[in-house]
Design a protein around this ligand. Structure first.
Ligand code: MN
Length: 265
């Protein structure tokens, strides 16, 4: 099995290194990861400036490249150029911090898996949390590493339908404290934006964007509920964002004909 591994926390992130070291046992691992922090860059593509790539060291026996672009660039570059030949699986992570609910639309980790999915390669994103109060080096990643390894093998035997990828979240707990696994749906938006207005040393205003975690009760089938109850959460996501039910409804309402007839009625 050939695995393309990426992340959004940068090529030296602990989660990526731990995963590379373990996935070596599953197959050939090629890392293409951003050279620096790219969290919350979502699915962005670098189109208006060059993308630079240089060899990096991540783990013994693992080919690795650091790239000046985004996580999505890393996947595209890996598939098109840096990992020539068939790639069987794309793994994004282990992200330092949970990726839940609508946060996945901001996440470089989750959207790297989307990029892989769009390119027709089985893909999953994996994140660990909560991370509050923990330094990166102290973050408990063993359970996530163990699960990622198992999932790679499981997916080889149970391919996902086309256009579907997985968003996985693992509690930041030792493996023996994980209570199980739940297949979940995305919960709601977990943050409120804070946009603080400040002044620079010249008295000009600038803004600093931050996030305020909302206290909210999640339903029992959501990703956040699973994590809060010490379960691994596996959420299937689809690349096609079309709201299928409303697509049918709008057609039934003859939206196109109504627009065409707008001047005669
Ligand atoms: Mn990140």
């Amino acid at each position: 099995m050939r695995i393309l591994l990426t992340n959004d926390d940068g090529v030296s992130a602990r989660g990526l290194v731990a995963l590379a070291e373990r996935l070596r046992d599953v197959g050939e691992v090629i890392v293409v990861a951003p050279e620096r922090q790219q969290s919350a860059t979502s699915h962005s593509a670098t189109l208006h400036k060059p993308i630079r790539v240089h060899p990096a060291h991540v783990a013994e026996g693992v080919t690795a490249y650091a790239c000046s672009g985004t996580p999505s660039d890393c996947v595209a570059l890996g598939l098109a150029n840096l990992a020539p030949g068939p790639v069987n699986l794309i793994v994004a992570g282990i992200n330092h911090g949970r990726n839940l609910g609508m946060d996945v639309t901001y996440s470089g980790t989750a959207m790297a898996a989307l990029e892989g999915c769009i390119k027709g390669v089985p893909s999953f994103a994996i994140s660990v949390g909560p991370t509050e109060g923990k330094a990166t080096q102290e973050l408990e990643v063993e359970a996530a590493v163990e699960f990622a390894q198992w999932l790679c093998l499981w997916l080889a035997a149970h391919p996902l339908p086309p256009g579907i990828f997985l968003n996985v979240n693992v509690p930041a707990l030792p493996p023996d404290q994980i209570r199980g696994l739940m297949v979940t749906r995305l919960g709601r938006l977990r943050y409120e934006d804070t946009l603080e207005r400040r002044l620079d040393p010249w008295g000009r205003p600038y803004f600093w964007r931050g996030l305020l975690l909302k206290e909210q009760k999640e339903e029992a089938d959501t990703d956040e509920y699973a994590l809060d109850h010490d379960f691994i959460s596996v959420t299937p996501l689809r690349a096609d964002l079309t709201a299928t039910a409303v697509f049918a409804e709008l057609n039934q309402l003859n939206l196109a004909q109504q627009w065409a007839q707008r001047r005669t009625t």
